[in-house]
Design a protein around this ligand. Structure first.
Ligand code: NOS
Ligand code: ZN
Length: 370
């Protein structure tokens, strides 16, 4: 065996081994990741009768197909059913606990999970109580994972809905809980018509508090949204950001010419929280093979791999990575790079990020690369 044959054999990804390598997830919605059976059981417990199917399998199929709509607005309508069953202390804690356990079972070692507290007040809980119950569920899921030999750490991001007017309040909530497990802030929801600058005071509050945030931008709307998120709001990361490719021209020989905004994003190493399957479902990209993930990765943007909504996309970190490997032919060194990109971009203190990279990620990839 020559050196290059050996190197390529060692770097070839065995799809079955994906759950065993350490993975880092920065963009995952708590209310988009419920187990179908849990949706069903919680609906029974809280008397929610509007579920679109009566079995776990039926629900799994319904969520995937309904989310496969080609439009972000229609995709978001499916959350009505998950949010409806996450209105009680028990419901919130269970969903959060199962989220941590499921991610750990998939080999995720560090995750930032997000949700919008303002959507969970229907049964009288306060914003603070909602966050407390979700944090309690995450801690209990971490312990449960550890008892079964899996180690995961989950940070919480608090999301404000961009069509609503509570972003400043949610930013304050995030800062109030910063030493109790909340690591940052975000805005989500329908992007077109709700530019990031509508929530400028929330972002200014976060910056004033030296606190971190990301912004869903460049998913259903293009460059103006990304520009505002960066230039006006000062975002640390871009949720999706896939439409940054609108500012990249490919010449006749395939050579890329970056516009000023694309250059800025790359120069400043602004992390892109790319969510391949979700982007195909919402129509941000027409097919996985046309996803700009690979172009952006080859141009050395700081790309990261994310699930967005595991229930709606019927996915997991391992499955997203498998889809990328099958579509673009990535090897283990590529997946390790995407994972380190994500860990570098986490909203954890620098020394803790480095410790996970050096003590967990690199040794984990060294095992599969031989
Ligand atoms: O990809 C997305 N783009 C924009 N908003 C989203 C996406 N996925 C989920 N949400 C929205 O975020 C809320 C809090 O988690 C969800 O309820 C959903 O409305
Ligand atoms: Zn999202």
């Amino acid at each position: 065996m020559t050196h290059s044959e050996r190197t390529s054999a060692q770097s070839t990804v065995d799809i079955a081994a994906l759950p065993s390598v350490p993975k880092v997830l920065l963009h995952d919605h708590l209310d988009g990741g419920l187990r179908p059976a849990t949706v069903l059981e919680l609906a029974g417990e809280c008397g929610y009768t509007a579920l679109p199917a009566g079995t776990a399998d039926g629900l799994a199929t319904w969520f995937r197909e309904a989310a496969d709509s080609g439009s972000l607005e229609r995709y978001l309508e499916t959350f009505e059913h998950t949010v409806a069953v996450m209105q009680t202390p028990a419901g919130l804690e269970r969903v959060a606990r199962e989220c941590a356990v499921d991610l750990a079972d998939d080999g995720v070692v560090y995750a930032e999970v997000r949700f919008a507290p303002e959507q969970h007040l229907d049964r009288g809980l306060t914003l603070d109580e909602v966050v407390e119950h979700v944090l309690a569920g995450l801690r209990s899921g971490e312990s449960q994972a550890q008892a079964s030999g899996r180690r995961i750490r989950v940070g919480l991001l608090l999301t404000a809905m961009r069509h609503a007017a509570r972003s400043r309040e949610i930013a304050e909530l995030a800062v109030r809980f910063r030493d109790r497990g909340v690591v940052g802030f975000d805005i989500a929801g329908a992007e077109a018509g709700n530019p990031p600058s509508r929530h400028l005071d929330a972002f200014e509050y976060m910056r004033d508090a030296n606190a971190h945030f990301t912004i869903h931008a460049g998913e259903a709307f293009g460059l103006p949204s990304i520009h505002e998120a960066i230039a006006f709001c000062g975002t640390d990361r871009l949720g999706h950001g896939v439409r940054i490719t609108d500012d990249i021209d490919l010449g006749p020989g395939g050579e890329a010419r970056l516009g000023r905004l694309a250059n800025y994003v790359r120069d400043k190493r602004i992390p892109l929280e790319l969510c391949p399957s979700s982007n195909v479902q919402t129509g941000a990209v027409d097919a996985l093979e046309n996803h700009p993930f690979d172009l952006l990765a080859r141009l050395r943007f700081r790309v990261t791999v994310n699930t967005d909504n595991r229930l709606m996309s019927d996915t997991s970190m391992s499955r997203e990575m498998a889809r990328l490997v099958e579509t673009f032919g990535y090897g283990w060194p590529d997946l390790e790079r995407f994972t380190i990109n994500a860990m570098k971009s986490a909203f954890l203190p620098f020394d803790q990020r480095l410790a996970i990279i050096d003590d967990v990620i690199k040794p984990g990839y060294a095992v599969v690369m031989g």
